[in-house]
Design a protein around this ligand. Structure first.
Ligand code: MN
Length: 249
């Protein structure tokens, strides 16, 4: 049986093609899986589980529910855009919400899964926001605001983050948007040199790390993309023996 991994779909009203590809995937290819792991940033933003009232979000949640009802184990990790997934979302989709990181032990292999943003430790400004926004008090105060206001705040944060990304991509600052090498090495050691799968950086690649003389693989998931350039939609597949990338376009 197959296990599928995806992340960074960033679905929104602006991604009709990606949404269609994802819904097709859930209704067809994904049914062959034993389990599907969505490792964060399924949505461009999620401002609380009352976002389920949005018809497009409801359609995606419904398709996830059909997948989990069909017997595919559905596991969803929160990303930095959809860290406010709560119990209502989990119940609506039939998903298990994973803590980040999550150890996945299979008979044949050991994996550790993360969205990836927690290891981008060079971006101090982002890490400060991350710490603040994961605190219960911050979330309670935020969720108490009206839905329209939360959406406006999310839009503003996203614009700030896009502008910041542009700035960070200039010159010698690109490292800010990637995992810190030392933090990554510590993470791999702390997780017993398990194969590491994550997303977030939008830099799909397979890296070989040598940690304490042990070779450890790190698979960076592809983000999904439409707009300028070709449509990109991809999943990672574990077939019981090896990982491979599968295009969904
Ligand atoms: Mn992310």
């Amino acid at each position: 049986r197959l296990i599928f991994f995806v992340s960074d779909l960033h679905l929104s009203a602006q991604t009709p093609t990606l949404t269609r590809i994802f819904l097709d995937f859930l209704g067809s290819r994904a049914r062959a899986a034993e389990a599907l792991y969505i490792l964060g940033d399924l949505f461009e933003y999620w401002v609380g589980d009352d976002d389920l009232e949005d018809p497009a979000n409801a359609a995606i949640a419904g398709a996830l529910r059909e997948l989990s009802d069909s017997g595919v184990e559905l596991n969803i990790m929160r990303g930095n855009r959809d860290f406010l997934f709560g119990e209502r979302f989990a119940a609506a989709t039939g998903a298990r919400l994973l803590t980040d990181p999550h150890v996945l032990s299979l008979p044949a292999w050991q994996f550790v899964l993360s969205h990836g943003d927690m290891l981008c430790t060079d971006d101090a400004e982002y890490q400060a926001f991350r710490t603040q926004s994961r605190a219960a008090e911050w979330q309670t105060a935020f969720l108490a605001k009206p839905l329209a206001e939360r959406r406006a705040i999310a839009r503003a944060l996203r614009e700030q983050s896009e502008a910041g990304k542009h700035e960070k991509a200039q010159g010698n600052n690109a490292y800010l948007m990637d995992l810190n090498p030392g933090a990554t090495e510590d993470f791999l050691r702390d997780h017993g040199y398990a194969t590491f799968i994550h997303g977030h950086t939008h830099r799909p690649a397979t890296h070989d790390h040598i940690v304490d003389g042990i070779s450890v693989e790190r698979w960076v998931l592809s983000d999904w993309h439409e707009g300028d350039g070709p449509v990109r939609a991809e999943c990672l597949v574990w077939d019981g023996e090896q990982l491979s990338r599968e295009k969904l376009t």
